[in-house]
Design a binder for this molecule. Structure first.
Ligand code: KIV
Length: 309
């Protein structure tokens, strides 16, 4: 991808370039900055926010307002990658009008494209959103918003008929105008067949190496998430363990009186400290200087004064 390729048409045109697309999820401004600095092509503000940030057991709990809140946080630092906002469950299932309005809410919050789950049965909604000038990314295979209908987080398309249905779904989404299609948790052979069947990029997660791009969930790849990861997750860091160790060290420093140090504290000028302490002491003013540090570091309380508080 060229460095300025942050638009949906540019992502669409990258098919066949030989340069795999890189997408990561992000849910807030620091995540967006990290993804931007790392040079990814696409940031997906995924409804996975429900599980990895908000603590829910599935993605069904988040609303359009929740998603708009997170899209806006990602958009605020104006990252270079394309920002795709995930349409949550029930935001594109009721009516075409509802669907277009919900997609517009995410675009007004800062998304430059939206993603929705499902194949042929979503074609009318995809066309309506695109008619309203908003690019759409498809998502087939394991679609987490269908967890109850699918009977759990399971690999999809393992049998011949299901695999062929996935190819048909992808073709329908591409024909409806999707600029890219996510393939989640499907056998690599299915992903290869889909990738060869459609003229727009496929972006895989648990879909093997034949896709036009790959996506991972930010918290999974950074090791921030303690839940048992699916086998397709590669952890590139252990930030969760590093963060726990850092907070533990902070707690130990506070409890041992090692934090904050003199250099981490603000200090009064000596004369201000002296007048403050003499005003505050019930006894004779002459007692005050004993409790005041007059060293070069400024006029803070001495170790003795601190301990006596
Ligand atoms: O919500 C999400 O993070 C996703 C990715 C798994 C593709 O949809």
């Amino acid at each position: 991808m060229p460095t300025n390729a942050t638009t949906a048409p540019a992502v669409r045109a990258s098919k066949g370039s030989g340069s795999p697309l890189v997408m990561v999820t992000a849910y807030d401004a620091p995540g967006a900055r990290i993804a931007d600095e790392a040079g990814v092509d696409i940031i997906l503000v995924g409804d996975s926010v429900a599980m990895v940030v908000l603590g829910y057991e599935d993605t069904l709990q988040v609303t359009v307002d929740d998603m708009a809140h997170h899209v806006a946080a990602v958009a605020r630092p104006k990252p270079r990658p394309l920002i795709v906002g995930d349409l949550p469950w029930m935001s594109y299932h009721v009516s075409v009008e509802d669907t277009v309005r919900n997609a517009a809410t995410l675009v007004r919050a800062g998304a430059q494209a939206v993603k929705l789950e499902g194949g042929r049965k979503r074609v009318d909604m995809v066309k309506a959103i695109i008619d309203a000038e908003m690019p759409v990314m498809g998502h087939i295979g394991l679609t987490p918003q269908s967890i109850h209908a699918l009977g759990g987080f399971k690999v999809q398309g393992k049998q011949a008929a299901a695999a062929a249905a996935l190819v048909d779904d992808a073709v329908a989404l591409a024909e409806a105008g999707c600029f890219a299609v996510v393939l989640e948790a499907v056998p690599d052979g299915v992903a290869r067949a889909v990738t060869e069947a459609i003229p727009v990029p496929t972006i895989g997660i648990g879909a093997g190496p034949w896709c036009d791009g790959q996506v991972l969930v930010f918290h999974d790849l950074l090791g921030l998430e303690e839940r048992k990861a699916p086998k397709f997750v590669r952890r590139y860091a252990s930030l969760g363990a590093d963060a726990s160790a850092a907070v533990e060290a902070f707690a130990a420093d506070v409890r041992a009186g090692r934090f904050p140090a003199d250099a981490e504290s603000y200090h009064l000028k000596d004369e201000v400290a002296a007048s403050l302490w003499s005003a505050a002491q019930p006894g004779p003013a002459a007692d005050a200087p004993q409790a005041i540090s007059v060293g070069s570091g400024g006029g803070g309380p001495t170790e003795g004064a601190r301990r006596s508080r």
